[in-house]
Design a protein around this ligand. Sequence first.
Ligand code: IMP
Length: 183
Amino acid sequence: MGRILLPELERVLLDESTIKQRVRELAEELSLDFKGKDVVLVGVLKGSFCFLADLARGMSIPLGIDFVACSSYGLESVSGGNLSITKDISGVVQGRELIIVEDIVDTGLTLRELTDFLSSKQPAGVHTVTLLDKPSRRRMIIDPDYVGFSIPDEFVVGYGLDYAERFRELPYIGVLRKEVYLR
Ligand code: IMP
């Protein structure tokens, strides 16, 4: 069933079936690559909730599921310490393969700091999958291991991604009109 595009959105970037198809492919790829391993998907709240739910259900190997949450203070004083972890994982991770599940990688700050933070807990390995990647915005030296879609430098919402806590529930990913965030 089609939906009317919200007036705040410029256009649909990725529709529901395109997302579904790509998430299924990523789930199959991860299932093959991590077959026989003790895997924990670590979702980054809140933006990854749709992606993690669909990815986990598409995978064909046993999984642990955990979550972290963090808040960013921006990049002005780069040297570490500008991202704080507001919710740590709750399960045991020593000796397990952690796969960080992100909605979008932009400057790379979140993924860089989360990778370092989780690595310090002595897991077997830390791996990264993101649904969306904006490589042109990268400020940190890090690239996700698995990427759903590389997208241009536009502000996107839907399928978990928000602007001021809105639009997370949309089943598609749309480009937010500049007037909405520049006013
Ligand atoms: P990074 O630390 O700069 O890579 O940014 C990561 C976080 O910024 C993501 O987890 C999102 O919460 C947010 N973000 C970056 N770009 C967008 C966007 O286009 N739409 C919604 N959130 C975004």
